[in-house]
Design a protein around this ligand. Structure first.
Ligand code: FES
Length: 158
């Protein structure tokens, strides 16, 4: 059977693509690997809270049944206008940050209670409770939102 130059070229490219597939796939999987450990420790998935909205405000209860009732805790707050990270570093103090990683846009969903850092599972970036990068590859801080507490109701202004 005679193989035309054109068919030979096509088959060579297909063969090359198959041969290089494992290395491409390996690189892809490596880049998607959930590396949520780092020098500061390891991280676990955040508790989630459903917030209600009023205009551009997200409102949650922080009563004794809330996952962030105790100091040193954090949660991912979901709402119809977006998801935010909230932590509770000290009595009556709450920080709220964008949950969108500034590296490549993954939603951050992990928290390291040992170092009080939010951790992006996509490539391992870490952020302190003020949103500052403590470990890359992210190069920019998370957007911080103001909060106000009224009784057990926390309002996050996004
Ligand atoms: S998207 Fe890459 S570290 Fe978050």
């Amino acid at each position: 059977m005679k193989v035309s130059r054109r068919n030979f070229f096509i088959k060579a490219i297909q063969g090359g693509a198959i041969l290089t597939m494992p290395s491409i796939l390996g690189s892809f999987l490596e880049s998607c690997n959930s590396n949520i450990t780092g020098p500061a420790g390891s991280a676990a998935g955040l508790a989630t809270i459903s917030g209600t909205t009023s205009g551009s405000n997200i409102i949650i209860s922080v009563d004794s049944s809330s996952p962030i009732a105790k100091t040193g805790t954090a949660a991912l707050v979901n709402s119809s206008i977006g998801a935010v990270l909230v932590d509770h570093p000290s009595t009556n103090v709450y920080n709220a940050l964008s949950s969108i990683c500034t590296h490549q846009g993954c939603q951050i969903g992990n928290y390291d209670t040992g170092s009080n850092q939010f951790v992006c599972a996509c490539h391992g970036s870490r952020f302190d409770v003020n949103g500052n990068v403590t470990q890359g590859p992210a190069g920019a801080p998370l957007q911080k939102y103001s909060t106000s507490l009224s009784g057990t109701q926390l309002v996050i202004k996004v």
